[in-house]
Design a protein around this ligand. Structure first.
Ligand SMILES: [Zn+2]
Length: 379
């Protein structure tokens, strides 16, 4: 996989951030620019950031000392004058451990480079473990992943089901039977590495934003055992008052009934769209036409739930992440059609509805982004 570069969007954001001062901010700007645009000379960095050569050299020197930036070879000579040395984020000399705890029967881990490429995979099967037993398995999996790293680790990122506050406390995760579990602190104490924890759909949103070409104003809907979403608004992740922004799974859709939900209500979004519900309905359908109708209905209900969100926030993109055999086709097109029918069409570019290209790894790659943001200020 080639390093991801999305220069136009990133550079706009860098420039917008420039009026702010402070050395830490400038160090982050250097890292962010290199991470998104790739290796460049100090002179190019100075032009890009509008900082003097002396300032840039000084910032780069500090980042080299921290091992966050390295010198590469000489640039291709395309300008008069002596050839310049390229500097870049230490993409391969540092690694990140990511954990994805959101799948039904397995806890997944990966060692990744700073571009979110998976270098090593590990996993632990889950049977009926709940509560502290799951916590113990997570710590053990983290140990194994840390041992599998082949370069110094920048930190650990975790995507977990449930609601997670800004301090890495899992406030509630009914599927794992966790309540007010300080998962971030537990992992930090256990591994001595900085640890960032987010809801799995939020992590996926960060992954899509940084590595998947996702835009500044986007909702990512993650469909699996349940339905969750993450929101980017103006290039920032929305958290909400209770750290529960994007929790749309138990919003009831429509007033015409639907199936009973585990939460006690009837017709929650999950009962229309979550993979187990949809899978059962599809298995019972008599023929292809009936299956297509079920998928179209699921997409329509999802579109109905999303329309006010898309309109209220003037979003540019709806990204669907989940099993492509369910999402790709009738379901995704029904989402697009429903959104078009139910919102006022803005001027070009129109709302884009698309599938995540890497649904299997998007949570893991997103956990790498959590660590990059926290440790390097890189977006
Ligand atoms: Zn419900």
């Amino acid at each position: 996989m080639t390093p991801t570069t999305v220069p136009e969007r990133r550079s706009t954001r860098s420039q917008a951030a420039l009026p702010s001062h402070g050395r830490a901010h400038n160090l982050s700007l250097v890292l962010r620019t290199l991470h998104s645009q790739g290796a460049m000379s100090r002179a190019d960095l100075s032009r890009e950031l509008g900082l003097t050569r002396v300032t840039v050299s000084d910032l780069v020197a500090e980042l080299q000392q921290r091992n966050h930036v390295v010198e590469l070879g000489m640039a291709e000579k395309n300008r008069p004058g002596k050839p310049a040395i390229l500097v870049d984020v230490n993409r391969t000399g540092l690694q990140i451990v990511g954990l994805d705890l959101a799948e039904a029967n397995v806890l997944r881990a990966a060692v990744m480079d700073l571009d979110g490429n998976v270098l090593t995979r590990l996993q632990t099967e889950l049977t009926d473990e709940r509560g502290e037993a799951v916590t113990a398995l997570v710590l053990e999996l983290a140990d194994r992943a840390v041992s599998a790293a082949t370069a110094p680790l920048l930190g650990i990122g975790v995507g977990t089901p449930g609601i997670v506050d800004a301090d890495g406390v899992v406030l509630t995760a009914p599927n794992l039977d966790w309540l007010d579990l300080p998962l971030g602190t537990l992992l930090e104490e256990h591994t001595s590495l900085p640890t960032l924890v987010a809801n799995d759909a939020d992590a996926a949103t960060m992954g899509e934003f940084t590595f998947g070409g996702g835009g500044d104003d986007m909702i990512l809907v993650k469909i699996g055992r349940g339905v969750g979403s993450g929101l980017m608004v103006g290039g920032r992740r929305a958290r909400g008052m209770h750290s529960a922004a994007g929790e749309i799974g138990h919003v009831t859709v429509g007033t015409d009934g639907g199936a009973p939900c585990v939460c006690g209500k009837v017709g929650c979004l999950e009962t229309w769209v979550a993979a187990p519900h949809l899978g059962r309905a599809l298995a019972a359908a008599p023929d292809d036409a009936a299956r297509a109708a079920l998928l179209a209905t699921a997409g329509e209900r999802l579109g109905i739930a999303l329309a006010p969100v898309v309109a209220a926030l003037d979003l540019a993109e709806v990204v669907l992440a989940g099993p492509s055999d369910l999402l790709n086709g009738e379901l995704a097109s029904a989402v697009a059609t429903t959104l078009r029918d139910r919102t006022l069409q803005q001027r070009e570019p129109q709302l884009l509805v698309r599938l995540s290209e890497d649904p299997q790894d998007i949570v893991l790659r997103g956990t790498a982004v959590l660590v990059l943001w926290a440790q390097l200020g890189v977006a």
